[in-house]
Design a protein around this ligand. Structure first.
Ligand SMILES: Nc1ncnc2c1ncn2[C@@H]1O[C@H](COP(=O)(O)OP(=O)(O)OP(=O)(O)O)[C@@H](O)[C@H]1O
Length: 548
C-alpha cells in the first residue's frame, strides 16, 4: 500500500512531468538541429561539413554533466542568464543533436542515391526530394534510434538536478532523505520511469507500423471479407478511358479481374498514345528547328588522385521533333552521360545543349553559360521524361503513388486528377491491377513499365531511355519494348540508349554509334545497322551478333 501512495504522490508525479517536458522539448529541438547538422556533414563544401564535424566532435566527446554546468554557470558571465528548466532543455537538446546528426546521416545515406536522381529527373527540387523521398525512407531505420535516444534522455534527465531542476529522481532522493524508506520510494520512482518508457516503446511500434510501406499497401487492398462480398479479387478503381480526355467522374470501366493477362501492347485509345501524340504535336510546332541540339559537348569526371577522366570529347548531334534516335556503343563510351547532360542531371564542361531552343538549367551571364540556381524549375519546365536502367521507382510508394508524385508535387495537379491520370497510365501499360503494389512486389518488366508511366505522367515532350531493358530477364524485355514501340509510333520524340539491335532497327529512325566519347557514325537506322561504314561500328555489331 505504501508503494501505491508514492506512485500517486503529487510530488513524484510532478517530478516525472518535468522529466517528460524536458525530454519532449529537448528531443524535438535536438532532432531538428541534428537533421541540420547531418545535412551539413553531407555537404560537399568542406567549410560547412567541417563546422558540423567539430560541433559533433566536441559535444559527443564531453560529458553532458559538464555541458549543463557550463551553460548554467558560464553563460551568466557573458550576460546570458537562464533558469534551470531552460538550461536543462537547451543542454540536453545541444547534446542530443550531436548524436542525432550521426544516426540521421546514417539513415539518409542508407537511401539509394538513384532515388534522388530519379526525383531530380522528374523536376523535384532538393527540398521536395528530401521531404517526400529521402526522409520517409530514412525514417524507417532512424525510428528505433530515436526511440532509444528518447528513453535514454528521459532516464538521463536525473542529471539535470546538478542545475537544480527538481525532477523525478531528485524528488525521490529528497523524500528518502526525510523517511529513509529507500526501497519503496525508489521502486515507485523506477515504476514511473518504466511506465513512461514503455509508452515510448509502444509509440515506436505504432510509428514503425505506419512507416512500413508493405503494411500500408496491404491496408489499401480489400480484406478477404470485402473480396468475398463484392466478388472483386483485387483493388478496383474507376478507370476513365483516354478518349474522355481524363475528365473527372467520366463514365468509367472497372479494372478487370487479375487473371486477365497484361496487354502486350497498349491499345490505340491508350493514354500513352494520347500523351505521345500531344507531345508530338507540340514538338512539330517547332518542326523547322531540331528539338535537341548538342554542340561540341565535353564532359570529364574528376577522379580523386587520378586526375580527369574525359568521357565526352566534343559530341555534335541533333534530334528532330518526333524522331526516335537509338544510341549504341560499347560500355563506357559515354552514352548514359550524354543522356544525363541533356536534362542537366550532370553539368557540362564545355559546349552547349539546347532542348526546344532552350538551355536546360543554364543562364547566360556576361556571355557565358552558367548553371542556374533554379535547376529543379528549369528541369520541370523542360518536360523531359527519363527512364533508367535500374527503374529507380520510389521504393516506399506504390505503383500508383509513384506516378502521382511529380504531377502533384512539381506541377501542382489536384490529387484526384493525378490519381485518375495515374490509373489511366497504369491501364495504358497494362498494370492497373497492380496500382497498390510496392515496387518490390513487381517484376522487373512491370517496374520498368511503371517507370515509363511515371515519366509520362508529367506530359513530357521528349523521352530519354537509358538502357531500359538491360537489367531485365530476356522474357521481360518484350513487354517494355512494346510500350516504347507504341510511344514511338504515336510520334513521341525519343532518345534511347540501348543494346537491343532489333528494336533499334525496327523502331528507331536514326542510329548514333558512339565510341570513346565521340560519335563515330550517325545515320538512318537500317543503313547503319545493315551497312555500317566505320570499322568500329562493324566490330561492335559483329560482337553483338555473336552475343545474340
Ligand atoms: N559520376 C561519375 N564519376 C566518375 N566517373 C563516371 C561517372 N559517371 C560515369 N563515369 C565514367 O564515365 C565513363 C562513361 O560512362 P557512361 O555511363 O556514360 O558510359 P556508357 O556508354 O553509358 O556505358 P554503359 O553502356 O556501360 O552504361 C565510364 O568510364 C564511367 O566509369
Amino acid at each position: 500500500m505504501e508503494i501505491v501512495k508514492y506512485l500517486t504522490s503529487v510530488n513524484l508525479l510532478t517530478g516525472l512531468w518535468i522529466a517528460i517536458q524536458i525530454t519532449a522539448l529537448a528531443m524535438v529541438c535536438g532532432l531538428a538541429l541534428g537533421l541540420a547538422l547531418a545535412l551539413m556533414r553531407m555537404s560537399k563544401n568542406p567549410a560547412i561539413s567541417g563546422v558540423a564535424w567539430v560541433y559533433i566532435w566536441i559535444m559527443r566527446g564531453t560529458p553532458i554533466l559538464l555541458q549543463l554546468i557550463f551553460i548554467f554557470d558560464a553563460l551568466p558571465r557573458l550576460g546570458i542568464r537562464l533558469d534551470p528548466f531552460t538550461t536543462a532543455v537547451i543542454g540536453f537538446a545541444l547534446n542530443e543533436a550531436a548524436f542525432a546528426a550521426e544516426f540521421i546521416r546514417g539513415g539518409l545515406l542508407s537511401v539509394k542515391r538513384n532515388q534522388s536522381v530519379a526525383a531530380s529527373a522528374l523536376g523535384m527540387g532538393p527540398f521536395i526530394t528530401l521531404r517526400r523521398i529521402i526522409i520517409p525512407q530514412a525514417l524507417r531505420s532512424i525510428t528505433p534510434q530515436i526511440s532509444n535516444a528518447t528513453i535514454s534522455m528521459l532516464k538521463g534527465t536525473s542529471l539535470a538536478s546538478v542545475v537544480f531542476v527538481n525532477e523525478l529522481t531528485f524528488r525521490a532522493q529528497q523524500i528518502v532523505a526525510t523517511n529513509f524508506d529507500f526501497f519503496t520510494v525508489f521502486i515507485a520512482a523506477a515504476s514511473l520511469y518504466l511506465f513512461t518508457t514503455t509508452l515510448i516503446s509502444l509509440g515506436q511500434l505504432v510509428i514503425e507500423r505506419r512507416l512500413d510501406p508493405e503494411l500500408r499497401s496491404l491496408s489499401k487492398q480489400p480484406s478477404i471479407w470485402e473480396r468475398w462480398v463484392t466478388g472483386v479479387r483485387t483493388q478496383h478503381y474507376e478507370v476513365v478511358d483516354a478518349d474522355d480526355g481524363g475528365a473527372a467522374g467520366g463514365a468509367g470501366t472497372t479494372a478487370a479481374d487479375s487473371s486477365k493477362p497484361a496487354p502486350a501492347k497498349p491499345d490505340d485509345n491508350s493514354i500513352i498514345k494520347v500523351l505521345a501524340a500531344s507531345a508530338s504535336r507540340s514538338a512539330r510546332e517547332t518542326a523547322d528547328t531540331p528539338f535537341v541540339i548538342c554542340k561540341n559537348v565535353h564532359k570529364a569526371y574528376h577522379l580523386r588522385g587520378r586526375g580527369d577522366l574525359e568521357v565526352l570529347k566534343g559530341v555534335d548531334f541533333e534530334v528532330h521533333p518526333g524522331e526516335v534516335v537509338a544510341i549504341l556503343g560499347a560500355s563506357g563510351s559515354g552514352k548514359s552521360t550524354l543522356l544525363r547532360l541533356i536534362n542537366h542531371l550532370e553539368v557540362l564542361n564545355d559546349g552547349e545543349i539546347l532542348v526546344e531552343g532552350k538551355h536546360v538549367g543554364y543562364e547566360r551571364k556576361r556571355g557565358k553559360l552558367v548553371p542556374t540556381k533554379h535547376l529543379a524549375k528549369a528541369r520541370a519546365d523542360a518536360k523531359i521524361g527519363m527512364v533508367f536502367q535500374s527503374f529507380d521507382l520510389f521504393d516506399h510508394k506504390t505503383a500508383l503513388e509513384n506516378i502521382m508524385e511529380a504531377p502533384i508535387q512539381v506541377y501542382g495537379m489536384k490529387p484526384q486528377a493525378a490519381r485518375e491520370r495515374a490509373m489511366q497510365l497504369l491501364k495504358g501499360v497494362g498494370l492497373e491491377e497492380h496500382a497498390d503494389h510496392l515496387p518490390m512486389r513487381l517484376s522487373g518488366g512491370q517496374q520498368q513499365r511503371v517507370a515509363i508511366a511515371r515519366a509520362l505522367a508529367t506530359e513530357p515532350k521528349l523521352m530519354l531511355f537509358d538502357e531500359p531493358t538491360s537489367a531485365l530477364d530476356p522474357e521481360l524485355v518484350g513487354e517494355v519494348l512494346a510500350v516504347m514501340r507504341s510511344l514511338a509510333e504515336a510520334g513521341m520524340t525519343m532518345i534511347v540508349v540501348t543494346h537491343e539491335i532489333n528494336f533499334a532497327r525496327d523502331v528507331a529512325d536514326r542510329v548514333v554509334f558512339m565510341d570513346k566519347g565521340v560519335i563515330v557514325e550517325d545515320g538512318p537506322a537500317r543503313e547503319v545497322l545493315t551497312n555500317p561504314k566505320e570499322e568500329r561500328t562493324k566490330q561492335f555489331l559483329r560482337m553483338v551478333d555473336r552475343r545474340d
